[in-house]
Design a protein around this ligand. Sequence first.
Ligand code: ZN
Ligand code: FE
Length: 254
Amino acid sequence: MAEIVTVPCLKDNYAFLLHDDATGRTAVVDVPEAGPILAALNDRGWTLSDILITHHHWDHVDGVAELKEATGAATWGHAKDAERLPPLNHAVSEGDTFEIGGLEVRVLDVSGHTVGHIAFHVPAADAAFTADSLMALGCGRVFEGTPEMMWESLSKLAALPEETIICSGHEYTENNARFALTIEPDNDALRTRAEAIGHARAAGRPTVPSRLDEERATNPFLRAHLPDVKAALGMVGAADAEVFAEIRARKDAF
Ligand code: ZN
Ligand code: FE
């Protein structure tokens, strides 16, 4: 059995603990700051064995040195981006697999937000840790890659099993919902989800993680290939990645 714990950090970041009951091994995905993660481990009596890093941005790695010092955990990150990451014990690439206790972790290159962003798919936990690639009702800004690259990365994640739990890096969902409704105002699943998100946030509850099937049904950044979405944007016949680029540009200006 795998357990996943969401750990709010900083203002609106999320880190996640991944715990394998059978072996007691525990990993954390991203370390915006060490304090809340150490507290979450302590609350459960868990010992950290591994630190999984998605990408080089400060709000995902700033606490790595302190956490590693406190726990002796081993670091994992993208081989291609090793010079920009905290020192890695294990450098991994697209298609690699490794284990946290008995849980297989598959590495997906999901570059676009940064070049060298990875996601960790854990099939036995029905979970993917996506940070600033696929987010709840959104996706990360395309800072370093191209829209084509980001569309390819998101398509890779969209192809995971529909019950996959998407553990993403930020609580941006309420704003994402407002934007999504400008693209698909008549999408009933989106309207229902936007309302639920409003209620959750008003009650101080997180909207992350989410499920891949709800993202496919409502997240405009996973829907750029759909004829209805292309038509709504006046882009009938345009390439999927071009439509994605238009949606991303509109969100950047939203
Ligand atoms: Zn980032
Ligand atoms: Fe971030």
